[in-house]
Design a protein around this ligand. Structure first.
Ligand code: SF4
Length: 345
């Protein structure tokens, strides 16, 4: 919801001051589908609000699901579309949100990158992806007439479509709303942001002095290879990226998670193991996440299972701090790097 517009709409309708906070509280609960369902408001006001303001800035176009993952295609007010994913395989329901319509970074293994950038998302469009899922969960809970507690999103990862650090102001505003007790009230440690490696913004992020988690898509510790699969490496070299990450860990004393998707013949050789081990080096706060590549149409192939195991055992032998991240949602094209607007999701 456009919070500034809410204030103006209430002023236009001569409402007392307390209405603003009352409506915001209702909105952040995520259980209301429209203003009309907020029965703690006078009927006339509900009608006026529904006529003059949208409760959510995103509208469901389509939802598909498999055992652990649901992917929604959402329509924005200007007709643009984005995707968001709900994952239910851990202690917490996790939502992956998009930060841009498309993405300008053009990573060669990523479906979103092939779309190019359409536009940045506003802070409300980022926040409303989380509220959208809370609303879906609430409606399902009511349909099932369940006696259990109402489920809600417990973790947010900004890893969907887009490079979040290139939409800095709106990203930071959205994170503040998601984290704030007056907003979605999610603990900072339950929120993660992933960047392709915008080094100067990693330093800005460190200066925010927040507990929000940071992940960096590394995918190769060889400058040439990284440039060939992630054009961002031409803007910020591996040395600059590493330096920024070191400043981050010194400043925040928090871990950085480096994502490394194994791609057949690209980044899975013994030499690549040497380079990535060197990159992680002795920084105790650098942590590697090894992930199987999620295949996209006309894209790169994942490394074979055998190669993956070899890579994994060599990292273990070298006592590197790493883990293997499971990847869900491939059947829905909802896994990392697979989000792209298709006519048929
Ligand atoms: S991997 Fe991330 S940064 Fe790279 S093109 Fe895809 S969405 Fe953009």
């Amino acid at each position: 919801m456009d919070i500034n517009l809410l204030q103006k709409t209430l002023d236009d309708f001569n409402q007392p001051k307390f209405r603003f906070n009352q409506i915001l509280k209702n909105y952040f609960k995520g259980i209301f589908g429209s203003f009309d369902s907020m029965t703690d408001l006078p009927k006339q006001l509900r009608e006026y609000l529904d006529k003059n303001l949208s409760l959510y800035s995103v509208k469901q176009n389509k939802v598909v699901s498999d055992q652990y993952t649901q992917k929604a295609l959402l329509e924005l007010k200007d007709g643009q579309k984005i995707e968001t994913v709900l994952m239910d395989y851990d202690d917490w329901l996790t939502v992956c949100v998009s930060s841009q319509v498309g993405c300008p970074m053009n990573c060669s293994f990523c479906a979103t990158g092939k779309m190019g950038l359409k536009r940045n998302l506003t802070a409300e469009e980022i926040v409303d992806q989380v509220l959208f899922w809370n609303n879906v969960l609430f409606k399902r809970h009511c349909e099932e007439q369940s006696d259990e507690a109402i489920p809600y999103v417990g973790r947010v990862v900004v890893m969907g479509m887009g490079e979040p650090f290139l939409n800095w102001d709106n990203l930071i505003e959205a994170l503040q709303i998601i984290n704030s007790p007056e907003g979605l009230n999610l603990g900072a440690r339950k929120i993660s942001v992933s960047t392709s490696g915008i080094a100067d913004k990693i330093i800005d992020f460190a200066n925010l002095d927040t507990q929000i988690n940071l992940a960096v898509s590394l995918h190769s510790a060889n400058q040439k290879t990284r440039e060939s699969i992630m054009p961002v490496a031409k803007m910020f070299s591996l040395d600059e990226l590493k330096k920024a990450c070191e400043i981050y860990t010194q400043k925040t004393n928090r871990q950085i998670f480096f994502e490394y998707a194994l791609m057949k013949g690209i980044n899975d050789s013994p030499k690549d193991i040497d380079l990535v081990s060197e990159f992680i080096g002795s920084n105790k706060l650098f942590y590697l996440n090894l992930i199987p590549l999620n295949p996209v149409k006309d894209g790169m192939e994942p490394s074979s299972e055998q190669k993956f195991k070899e890579f994994e055992s060599e990292l273990t032998r070298r006592r590197m701090p790493f883990s293997v991240r499971r990847s869900f949602g491939q059947e829905l094209n909802a896994a990392c790097g697979q989000l792209v607007i298709q006519n048929n999701i």
